[in-house]
Design a protein around this ligand. Structure first.
Ligand code: GLN
Length: 293
């Protein structure tokens, strides 16, 4: 084991190097990037300031705050739980241990929903977590003229704590979204023109092999798709039709290997025009279907 070495000076560059070494020893892949991001968070030094003057001396109390943040990250606490924020679709979302940290993959779902969105629609985001899908869909939809006075956005979650976080996010961002406590559809107030959801979809046996940041810090109920990962898709596919208007769309994020299973579930439940969409990494990520029965 390499000896832990503290930086000899209080210069930014030395402190970042010390932090990156500590994070890298803890098995963190993007150690240098995280070291820089934590410098901004804990000591208020932006990337630009760092680049312009890497030899600047940091005052003692900021060095302490920085090292404390680095120690937390070295314990594999996600960066976003330390900084309290994750950007999604260009907006900052508050996050905590009660909500899944928004993933870039999920932006594909929002892009698909934006294509289907029209003024006056009633929209439901099921299992909203931080509220990232509902809020960004509302805000970008409004910018694109796809949200009108008659539009209504609902977002539901089974967790009160998640709803409180979603509420905080929607208020801070100015997204007019109604938050509903609901176990899937049992408290929702449809019918809707569009239902979007990124439900928990990871197979139980896979969860224990995930990196610590996810396995120990994302809420287990936000990950757990039960034995085969399809538990929520089965329920949503079977129930969504009763909560959609004729011709309404259901859009679901899926795992990269779930396209066939989930499209079968949608077809069996009476959805038409079932289409899949890949994420930026080229993996199957979204399935959508229109309810026409
Ligand atoms: N809808 C939220 C998100 O996409 C939460 C998803 C979940 O908890 N599985 O971030």
């Amino acid at each position: 084991m390499k000896e832990k070495t503290l930086a000899q000076t209080g210069q930014l560059r030395d402190l970042v190097r010390e932090a990156a070494q500590r994070l890298s020893r803890a098995g963190i892949g993007e150690a240098h990037l995280d070291a820089r991001l934590l410098l901004e968070y804990a000591a208020g030094v932006t990337a630009q300031e760092y680049l312009m003057d890497p030899f600047r001396e940091l005052p003692e109390e900021k060095i302490r705050a920085y090292r404390e943040a680095v120690v937390k990250r070295a314990m594999r606490i996600p960066l976003q739980h330390i900084t309290g924020v994750q950007e999604f679709m260009g907006y900052p979302f508050r996050v905590n241990a009660h909500v899944l940290i928004p993933r870039q993959d999920t932006e594909t779902l929002v892009e698909c929903a934006l294509e289907k969105l029209e003024p006056g629609m009633r929209v439901l985001d099921l299992c909203t977590g931080s509220g990232c899908i509902a809020a960004s869909l509302y805000l970008i939809g409004r910018e694109k003229g796809k949200v009108s006075q008659k539009s209504r956005f609902d977002a539901s979650d089974i967790s009160e704590e998640a709803l409180a976080t979603a509420r905080e996010n929607c208020q801070a961002l100015g997204a007019d979204v109604r938050l509903i406590r609901s176990d899937l559809f049992d408290g929702t107030e449809g019918p809707y023109d569009m239902i979007v959801s990124n439900p928990p979809y990871i197979r139980r046996a896979v969860i224990e092999g995930l990196q610590e940041e996810v396995r120990l810090h994302d809420p287990y109920i936000a990950l757990d798709g039960h034995e085969d990962g399809l538990y929520f898709y089965r329920k949503i596919a079977a129930q969504a039709g009763r909560h959609l208007r004729r011709g309404g769309w259901l859009l679901l994020e899926t795992g990269h290997d779930q396209r066939e299973d989930v499209s079968r579930l949608l077809l069996e439940a009476g959805f038409a025009c079932v289409q899949a969409k890949k994420d930026l990494a080229g993996l199957d990520r979204v399935l959508m279907g229109m309810y026409n029965k």
